[in-house]
Design a protein around this ligand. Structure first.
Ligand code: BV8
Length: 228
C-alpha cells in the first residue's frame, strides 16, 4: 500500500512550535510579505534574518511529539511505500526517526548561498552575515521557500501522488498552494483521502474521510489502525 502524508504546522503544535494562522501564530507578529517573500528580504534582510534566526534557535527547546513518532514507526513498516511531504521547516520528523521526508518549503537548519548556489547544513544565526564556507561571500540566506518561489521536489511529489493508494493531510489549514491542491490531485488519481486536523481545513470537498482532534492522538490511532 503506497501512502503519501502531507504535514503542516499543526503536527508540530503540541511540541510547542507556533503555527501560522492560529491565535498567537507566526504571522500574527509579522506581515507575511515582510518576512517570507524575496521582496521583503531585499527590502530589509535584518528583519528576515532575525525572524528565521529566532525560529532556528527555537528548535533547541522543542522535541518531536507522539504524531511525529507514529509516522516514524509507520515508515518502519511501509519503508519506500511511505513518503512524508512536509510544509514545515522544523526538523522534528527527522528527530523522530523519519528518513523519507521531503521538505517542500525548505528547512531552518539549512543555509543557501545566493552567490555560489551552495546549500549547507546550518545551525547558527545568519543575521551577522557569516561568509559562505565555500565561496567566502557573505550572501547566505535561509534555505526556505518564500511566497512566489517554486517549492522543492514538485516532480517527486507529483509522481508519489499519482501512485498513492492513501493520501493523508495532517495539521494543515489548506490555505497555501500548491500544497493545498495535493488532496484534489490524489483524489483524482483514485486515492483514499483522509484529513487528521484539529478543525476542518478548506479542502474538505476532496476528502473521503475526516477525523478532527489533536494530531498527538489522531495520528498514533490512525497508524495503529493501519498496522497488522
Ligand atoms: C508558488 C516557508 C509558483 C517559510 C511557506 C493558487 C491560488 C492562490 C494563491 C496561489 C496559488 N498558487 C500560488 C499561490 C501563491 C502562494 C499562496 O498559496 N498564497 C496563499 C496565501 C493564498 N503560494 C506560493 O507563493 C508558493 N509558490 O506558488 O510558486 C509555482 C508553484 C508550483 C508550480 C509552479 C509555480 C510558495 C508557498 C510557500 C511559502 N512558504 N513556508 C516559513 O515557514 O517561514 S508557507 C507556510 O505557511 C508553511 O510552510 C505552510 O505552507 C503555510 C502554513 O500553513 P499550515 O502549515 O497549514 O499552518 P496553519 O497555521 O495555516 O494551519 C495549521 C492547521 O493545523 C490549522 O488548520 C489548525 O487548526 C491545525 N492544528 C493546530 N493545532 C493542531 C492542529 N491540527 C492537529 N493537531 C493540533 N494539535
Amino acid at each position: 500500500m503506497k501512502v503519501v502524508v502531507l504535514t503542516g504546522a499543526g503536527i508540530s503544535a503540541e511540541s510547542g512550535v507556533a503555527t501560522f494562522r492560529d491565535a498567537g501564530g507566526l504571522w500574527e507578529g509579522h506581515r507575511v510579505e515582510d518576512v517570507a517573500t524575496p521582496e521583503g528580504f531585499e527590502a530589509d534582510p535584518d528583519v528576515v534574518h532575525h525572524f528565521y534566526d529566532a525560529r532556528r534557535r527555537g528548535l533547541e527547546a522543542v522535541e518531536p511529539n507522539a504524531a511525529h513518532l507514529a509516522l516514524a514507526a509507520l515508515e518502519g513498516h511501509l519503508g519506500d511505500d511511505l513518503l512524508v511531504v512536509t510544509q514545515n521547516v522544523d526538523d522534528l520528523h527527522e528527530r523522530a526517526g523519519s528518513t523519507r521526508v521531503l521538505h517542500m518549503h525548505g528547512e531552518l537548519r539549512s543555509a543557501w548561498c545566493t552567490t555560489c548556489d551552495e546549500r549547507l547544513r546550518w545551525d547558527e544565526a545568519l543575521s551577522h552575515r557569516p561568509p559562505c564556507p565555500r565561496c567566502g561571500t557573505p550572501t547566505l540566506r535561509p534555505d526556505v521557500v518564500w511566497f512566489g518561489e517554486l517549492p522543492y521536489g514538485m516532480e517527486r511529489i507529483e509522481d508519489a501522488l499519482s501512485e498513492a493508494d492513501q493520501f493523508v493531510s495532517i495539521g494543515t489549514s489548506g490555505e497555501v498552494y500548491p500544497a493545498a491542491g495535493f488532496m484534489q490531485v490524489a483524489a483524482a488519481y483514485g486515492a483514499h483521502t483522509l484529513e487528521l486536523n484539529l478543525v476542518p481545513s478548506s479542502g474538505t470537498q476532496w476528502l473521503t474521510e475526516a477525523r478532527h482532534g489533536p494530531a498527538g492522538l489522531l495520528v498514533p490511532a490512525w497508524v495503529a489502525g493501519l498496522l497488522p
